[in-house]
Design a binder for this molecule. Structure first.
Ligand SMILES: *Cc1c(COP(=O)(O)O)cnc(C)c1O
Length: 377
């Protein structure tokens, strides 16, 4: 059996272990220390726009703190892109709030400004103004940042920018992770760079950043004893993990180039294939890190081939492919949540597959992938 080709697996750059060793030598084996502080400074320098960064235990933790900081609590409503990974929506439930899901538009596959505004108007008419908007850069593709911001300002509802999949992407030259009132990054093992597990909260608002640090370290008031006037969390990043992150950050741009090369590989393979579309930037204002390369099969007339057959064919060759994120409004756990939109996300889910996209794939891996595609079409 050939070795497994993964969708997206960790890819070390070389310097990670040195930073981890430093943590051991200095005995900073704790959720604080020089690697944590330096990792934050280095992320902020990479993103620009004068952002402040809090390194946390996961992207999900960052989303949870973002909602708390924006005042989301019991009984509130939060607008959320339906087509996404469940971690974008789960923290809304942690807060006892209700997610209100919104469909995607077909250009970027992200939250549709038209349906978003309709949802806001309808929720207000029904008596409750939503507390926040969770917008996601799916697979690294920047969402319609200007249109979303305009709506956010018009109705005075802050944006939580879920940039978990888009570290290294830009829109009009501005880095993803700098558009929302609060943004989040993820460094989970499958993301473009990893700390094994980890995340960050990013914001231009220094007070929000300070609040995130306070809440992520058990909400200790200033006193010699342990004194608390708020409920805290244990969400800070480990200094060992931050060491991995510092090494990974050094190769982020290289990883973006490599992921984009995988996207080009699929563009070339499917260039003359009328049955497959490779998910790409609609114009030069968007620069996706192409964290995952995704394809969609033609709506009808694909000769006896559906996405599941294609996935199974790859699986038989020990190659991992995965359907696109199943929209949240179709998930059993969110069956009761309101939904605004038509069937753009549902249709994408019906026809779409994520292809192996790792920056560490070899020429041999690529020819094995190409071989299966050749057989299937
Ligand atoms: C990975 C991911 C998250 C969660 O990040 P973790 O670090 O795994 O908690 C949130 N949103 C999206 C869109 C993701 O892909």
């Amino acid at each position: 059996m050939n070795s497994k080709i993964w969708l997206s697996s960790p890819h070390m750059g070389g310097k990670e272990q040195e930073f981890v060793n430093e943590a051991f030598e200095q005995n900073w084996i704790a959720p604080l220390g020089p690697n944590v502080n330096n990792f934050e400074t280095e992320i902020a320098a990479y993103l620009g726009e004068d952002v402040h960064v809090a390194a946390l235990s996961s992207g999900t933790a960052a989303l949870h703190l973002a909602l708390i900081i924006l005042g989301v609590s019991q009984g509130d409503e939060v607008l959320c892109q339906s087509m996404t990974f469940s971690a974008s929506a789960n923290p809304i439930i942690y807060q006892g709030a209700t997610p209100v899901f919104v469909d995607s538009e077909s250009e970027t596959w992200n939250i549709c400004p038209i349906h978003l505004e309709n949802a806001i108007k309808d929720r207000i008419a029904k008596g409750k103004k939503p507390k926040a908007i969770v917008a996601v850069h799916l697979y690294g593709m920047p969402y319609k940042a200007e249109a979303i911001k305009e709506i956010s300002q018009k109705y005075d509802i802050p944006v939580v920018e879920d940039s978990a999949e888009a570290f290294g992407s830009t829109y009009k030259g501005q880095k993803c992770g700098t558009f929302g009132d609060i943004a989040i990054l993820s460094f989970n093992g499958n993301k473009i760079i990893t700390t094994s597990g980890g995340g960050a909260l990013v914001t231009k608002n220094k007070q929000y950043r300070d609040k995130a640090i306070f809440l992520s370290t058990q909400a200790r008031d200033a006193a010699p004893h342990y004194q608390h006037s708020e409920i805290g969390y244990n969400y800070r990043m480990s200094n060992v993990c931050a060491g991995i992150g510092r090494g990974q950050l050094q190769v982020l741009n290289q990883r973006v180039t490599q992921r984009r090369a995988m996207h080009n590989f699929y563009k070339e393979i499917f260039e003359n294939n009328k049955e497959v579309t490779v998910f790409s930037e609609s114009d030069a204002t968007r620069f996706s890190n192409h964290w995952l390369s995704a394809i969609t099969l033609k709506k009808e007339g694909t000769k006896n081939l559906d996405k599941e057959m294609l996935r199974v064919a790859f699986e038989a060759a020990n190659i991992e492919c995965r359907p696109l994120w199943k929209p949240m409004h179709m998930q059993p756990v969110f069956a009761d949540a309101p939904y605004y939109g038509s069937s753009v996300a549902e249709d994408l889910f019906d026809r779409g597959l994520c292809m192996p996209s790792g920056s560490n794939l070899t020429d041999i891996d690529r020819s094995r992938i190409a071989e299966v595609i050749k057989e299937q079409f």
